[in-house]
Design a protein around this ligand. Structure first.
Ligand SMILES: CC(C)(COP(=O)(O)OP(=O)(O)OC[C@H]1O[C@@H](n2cnc3c(N)ncnc32)[C@H](O)[C@@H]1OP(=O)(O)O)[C@@H](O)C(=O)NCCC(=O)NCCS
Length: 337
């Protein structure tokens, strides 16, 4: 799916994020499985990640503070939100949706609320959906939350996946604006690659192995990621009549610094335009892009008029890009922690 925005202008007006307090370093991971700081840094760029103490945090616990911060920054009261989407693969439970739980906790009596599952691309899918509803006039103010408590589905004996992931969430308020905002979206999915990154046993299909952990073919996902991070970005730039030179801030999904570097090299993005925080958070799935947006806001890169390119990819296999002209002052956003 690809399209340039031709409805009412819609933008992000508030931004918030949340990560667990507990910092887990590569040395800590090396005490659990056979790995080393040197291997993890050189193959992934990750130095530490935030992981909840087992059993202590659910998705709504991260979503709630992130949402409160985004609402405060936008100056929007919870009751004004008419649609809340939570992009996650680790909802509190299958139902009720985490979105319904969060809507109730925040006091959003009139909001439609639902969860969305698109792997690590969930946040991209969710902002595209919210854009569509806002631009068409179906919604007036939307809250989109992306995040995961991946520690709840990680195999703590599997070094090939344990080193990669972290917990975290981010939230954005989206509203109609006078001008600027989203220019377009490109989203896609290839279910044929679904079993290269999956969570067998997490739904209605029965599997022989009763363990419910992330399973991944790292090399295949790496090949997929390096391809779609480039093709998706090129497609949306082309669709919107822009080039990489026009882009001020590049916000790629934070899975592996080698994937980010590869995409940036192919796309011709200079280092200073790239937002990188995979070293501090690892891969936080749907939390990755909003956490990176919060970092860019904190370091002063997200200013009104700046052209921002976001590209995500993940389980499904899915991918998605959005191009937008940033419209709000984001001073006062705190770094996640
Ligand atoms: C997982 C990933 C970091 C592995 O890096 P890689 O360079 O492809 O490494 P390989 O899988 O080829 O493994 C190389 C060796 O390191 C070993 N290895 C794997 N994980 C290791 C670890 N944590 N510590 C030490 N050694 C490890 C392997 O066993 C292999 O050893 P061998 O050569 O003796 O068989 C990389 O493939 C990747 O990032 N893939 C994409 C994953 C991703 O982004 N998933 C989420 C998408 S949203």
């Amino acid at each position: 799916m690809i399209g340039s925005a031709n409805g009412r202008p819609v933008s992000i007006t508030g931004l918030g994020c949340e990560v667990p307090e507990r910092i887990v370093t590569n040395e800590d991971i090396a005490e659990i499985v056979d790995t080393s700081d040197e291997w993890i840094v050189s193959r992934t760029g990750i130095r530490e990640r935030r992981l909840a103490e087992p059993g202590t945090l659910a998705m709504s616990d991260l979503a709630l503070p992130a949402a409160r911060e985004a609402l405060a920054q936008a100056g929007v009261a919870p009751a004004e939100i008419d649609v809340l989407i939570v992009a996650t693969v680790t909802p509190d439970m299958a139902f009720p949706s985490t979105a319904a739980i969060v809507a109730d906790q925040l006091g959003m009596p009139d909001a439609a609320a639902y969860d969305l599952s698109a792997g690590c691309t969930g946040f991209m899918y969710a902002i595209a959906q919210a854009y569509g509803m806002l631009a068409a006039g179906l919604s007036r103010k939307a809250l989109v939350i992306g995040g995961d408590v991946l520690s709840s589905i990680m195999d703590w004996t599997d070094r090939s996946t344990l080193v990669l992931f972290g917990d975290g969430a981010g939230a954005v308020v989206m509203e109609q604006v006078d001008e600027g905002g989203f220019l377009g979206f490109e989203l896609g999915a290839d279910g044929g690659g679904g079993d290269t990154l999956w969570l067998p046993g997490s739904g209605s299909r029965t599997f022989e192995d009763p363990e419910r952990f992330i399973k991944m073919n790292g090399r295949e996902v790496f090949k997929f990621a390096t391809r779609v991070m480039v093709t998706s970005a090129e497609a949306i730039l082309d669709e919107c009549g822009k080039t990489m030179d026009d882009v001020d801030v590049y916000v790629p999904h934070q899975a592996n610094i080698r994937i980010i570097d590869h995409a940036a090299r192919k796309l011709g993005v200079p280092r200073e335009k790239i937002v990188v925080n995979v070293d501090r958070y690892g891969n936080t799935s749907s939390g990755s892009i909003p956490l990176a947006l919060a970092d860019a806001a904190t370091d002063g890169r997200l200013r009104p008029g700046k052209l921002v390119l976001m590209t995500g990819m993940g389980a499904g296999l899915t991918w998605g890009s959005a191009l937008m002209e940033w419209t709000s002052e984001t001073e006062g956003i705190r770094e996640a922690a």
